[in-house]
Ligand binder design. Structure first.
Ligand code: FHN
Length: 464
């Protein structure tokens, strides 16, 4: 007689376990993201093959837009894509480079506006497995590598614009933005009549059909077949409807801890964070909502063979500090080549950023915005601890007189040191101002960080 009771008890315990899965609060969901502060954006697709050049002409604008800017017919673009063969693709090396740079998450374009899926999909033949000689899912091995190295993985997905799958939207761009096409008047008249489309093949279905047949099933695949997906990064809500947005948003339930941005459909789908692009907001723009600046290292997201206009590691490290000092995240882009390699310039930048982060990363990870706003000589970030507050002063411009003065400072200092050497620095508090006496030379030409531990909380000061 005992047996059925035991079975019932086991059944109830299992059932309880299933339903006990904790629903995360927003703060709990955002915790790792706020701690991370620094991530890698990857724009990769078949556009890396023409790499900014079509029919021997340099096409204007960003590399991943070549099909639209060049008004390339669907059949020609798909013919080109057959030769996509990234035999040097090494996702393990990619993830290691991101990790060594100090990045804590990766967001990769699973499908950009050209509609090409980097993954195996039943919703469309326009994907790496069916439409290229390479023939293998590119996201699976990346997901495995991310898991191996403890790197969070997110997917960028162009939910509305899709220039190859029929019915997808196309933002209208004048022909002159691509090249001096002699047929520009006719083409521009056509795109005006056809909501940005330039090829009848793009309009064989309605937008609603595209959403049901391609976008929704693909998002479902992405959120089902690749293990934990940390971020869904929507982009350009061209022609989006609330109805379409609701259907896409419903898929997110497949990954209850997922974080999404504000680009699904404005204004009714704000997501978890804002996405200033190619710029760092000023203090007055910030309203307490989480935010992430995405930025290119050179002038393009997708690879362009002739764009060598890279920002310096100094600019990018200081950008990261500027962003952290305002409480945001930095999503820094790499555009791999058609063979699957990071451009050498990006590799070098990542290595330099990594070297800095290895020494000074604690001034970035898990920090909150500066209580003072910006300083002329650098930036500040803070961490609240059980015993008080840790302040990080990152000095860009070393003071000629060796003195750093922090106004409106009333907390008691417990300790102060340079984090690169561990050397103690002298501090003097007047009750309303702190003076830090520094060594004669900066310890780091890009940013030397001074850690000051103080008692109690440091309240925000009025922004100048
Ligand atoms: O049109 C895209 C562009 O190609 C790129 O992907 C960026 C990244 O934020 N988003 C769009 C422009 O806002």
């Amino acid at each position: 007689m005992k047996k059925p009771i035991v079975t019932l008890a086991v059944f109830l315990i299992v059932l309880q376990g299933l339903f006990a899965q904790k629903v995360l609060t927003n703060d709990e969901r955002m915790e790792w993201w706020r701690e991370a502060r620094f991530g890698m954006f990857i724009h990769w697709g078949v556009y890396s093959l023409p790499a900014g050049i079509w029919d021997g002409r340099q096409i204007g604008g960003i590399g991943e837009w070549i099909m639209n800017r060049g008004k390339i017919p669907v059949a020609d673009y798909q013919k080109m894509a057959k030769n996509f063969n990234p035999v040097k693709y090494d996702p393990d090396a990619w993830v290691r480079m991101a990790k060594d740079a100090g990045m804590k998450y990766i967001v990769i374009t699973s499908k950009h506006h050209d509609g090409f899926a980097l993954f195996e999909t039943k919703a469309s033949k326009w994907n790496v497995v069916d439409a290229t000689v390479y023939g293998k899912d590119l996201l699976k091995p990346l997901a495995e590598a991310c898991k191996k190295y403890g790197m969070k993985l997110g997917f960028y997905y162009s939910q509305a614009q899709d220039w190859n799958n029929p019915g997808g939207a196309a933002a209208r761009r004048p022909t002159k933005e691509g090249w001096a096409n002699p047929d520009s008047v006719i083409i521009d008249a056509y795109t005006k009549e056809h909501r940005g489309h330039w090829d009848p093949a793009q309009e064989k279905k309605t937008f609603a059909q595209y959403i049901d047949d391609v976008a929704v099933p693909q998002v479902k695949e992405l959120l089902t077949n690749y293990g934990e997906v940390a971020v869904l990064w929507w982009d350009t809500p061209t022609d989006m409807t609330d109805d379409a947005a609701r259907k896409l948003q419903a898929q997110l339930a497949l990954q209850p801890a997922i974080i999404t941005n504000d680009r699904l459909k404005r204004p009714n789908f704000p997501g978890d964070h804002k996405t200033p692009e190619q710029r760092i907001p000023n203090l007055k723009e910030l309203d307490g909502t989480d935010w992430e600046t995405c930025m290119t290292m050179n002038g393009t997201w997708g690879y362009k063979s002739y764009d060598h206009n890279y920002k310096t590691p100094e600019t990018l490290i200081r950008n990261l500090l500027d962003i952290a000092s305002k409480g945001g995240n930095f999503l820094l882009n790499v555009g791999p080549t058609e063979l699957g390699e990071f451009p050498q310039e990006s590799i070098d930048i990542l290595a330099k950023m990594g070297a800095w982060m290895k020494v000074n990363g604690e001034a970035v990870y898990g920090t909150k915005a500066s209580p003072w706003g910006l300083f002329e000589w650098g930036r500040c970030t803070k961490k609240e601890t059980k015993n008080g507050t840790v302040l990080y002063f990152s000095v860009f411009n070393w003071p000629a007189d060796g003195k750093l003065t922090i106004p409106a400072f009333s907390n008691k200092v417990i300790a102060a040191k340079l984090i690169s050497t561990g050397a103690t620095v002298k501090t003097k508090s007047s009750g309303t101002m702190l003076t830090i006496t520094l060594p004669s030379k900066a310890t780091d030409a890009i940013a030397s960080v001074i850690r000051v531990d103080v008692k109690g909380k440091v309240e925000n000061k009025p922004v100048q």
